[in-house]
Design a protein around this ligand. Structure first.
Ligand SMILES: C[S@@+](CC[C@H](N)C(=O)[O-])C[C@H]1O[C@@H](n2cnc3c(N)ncnc32)[C@H](O)[C@@H]1O
Length: 290
């Protein structure tokens, strides 16, 4: 497998995924009771935006770079704040400088979760590529709340559900490098939901092969899992073969605040992240509450 997230860290798709992640964690943090985060495809955790990979694609400039150049209305800025707080946490501030001026590193999902969770919460990160796992262990550092495992994502969904906290989030963010990934993702969700039906699940997917996306969404719909929110974010109206022109997320058991928040947030992000002004966000229920 060749996938290296370092080429894509901080791009528009990371922004969408991480904004959703941060809103869910902000909600879970409202109650004192502990919760667990399980990140099944964790990646390296921290990315150097001046590193060779990030510089070669420059994708982050149209993602986190574009967000930091923009001035948002106060209600949108408040919704973005937890995610940007996690970005700030890995970019130590120079005196009087803005985050845009300080930006050098971008946190992956494990470091965003680490920044937004509390002492009573627990974190489980899975990453199967040895070198990436080592980088992840180093970026997570000494944190008694967190475990970094080489466990395969799909096995982790069997082995670690339900968690003893009984509250929490499972983030499933595969690289989509191998055939059958959409089907594996749908089946992984269906089986995980059987084991733990009250957990929050957030699944990410690329919009590239629209037929595969439709089949995946239908597979989830047919499974009859209730309370499934769908987020689709298109960078541009015109699709291009073999190019990721958007991304989507399926969120099961979302916080009751999430749909409204994401309509506002992603609506405000669309013109900022979209390259030609035709970007749009769609937030709606794939399956309703039972
Ligand atoms: C899209 S990246 C993860 C990005 C990360 N979630 C983030 O938002 O920062 C996918 C990662 O999953 C890892 N991976 C691929 N197959 C896996 C599997 N079966 N189990 C666990 N990790 C896997 C890849 O090595 C890669 O680092």
């Amino acid at each position: 497998m060749n996938y290296r997230h370092a080429f894509h860290a901080g791009n528009f798709a990371d922004v969408v995924k991480h904004v959703v992640l941060a809103r869910i964690l902000a909600y879970l943090g409202r109650k004192h009771a502990p919760y667990r985060v399980i990140d099944t495809h964790a990646g390296a955790g921290l990315y150097d935006l001046q590193g060779d990979e990030a510089r070669r694609t420059g994708e982050w400039e149209g993602g986190i770079g574009a967000v930091l150049r923009h001035s948002f209305a106060p209600d949108i800025a408040a919704l973005l704040a937890p995610w940007l707080e996690a970005v700030r946490a890995v970019n130590p501030p120079a005196e009087d400088a803005t985050l845009a001026a300080d930006l050098r590193h971008y946190p992956g999902s494990p470091l965003i979760a680490q920044a937004l969770t509390r002492p009573q919460d627990r974190l489980l990160f899975c990453e199967t590529v040895a070198g990436v796992r080592d980088a992840l262990a180093e970026s997570v550092g000494r944190d008694a709340r967190a475990k970094v495992l080489v466990t395969d994502a799909w096995q982790a969904l069997h082995a670690y559900l339900p968690p003893k906290e009984r509250r929490g989030l499972v983030l499933v963010d595969p690289p989509f490098e191998e055939p059958g990934e959409f089907h594996r993702l749908a089946q992984g969700l269906i089986e995980a939901h059987r084991r733990w039906s009250t957990g929050i699940y957030a699944l990410w997917y690329p919009i590239k092969d629209v037929r595969a996306v439709d089949a995946f969404r239908r597979e989830i719909e047919r499974a009859g899992i209730p309370k499934t929110l769908s987020v689709q974010f298109d960078l541009r109206a015109v699709r291009q073969a073999d190019t990721m022109t958007g991304c989507g997320m399926i969120i099961v058991n979302p916080p009751f605040t999430l749909a409204e928040e994401l309509r506002a947030l992603l609506g405000a992000l669309a013109p900022v992240l979209a390259t030609d002004g035709t970007g749009r966000a769609r937030v709606g229920w794939l399956t309703p509450e039972r």
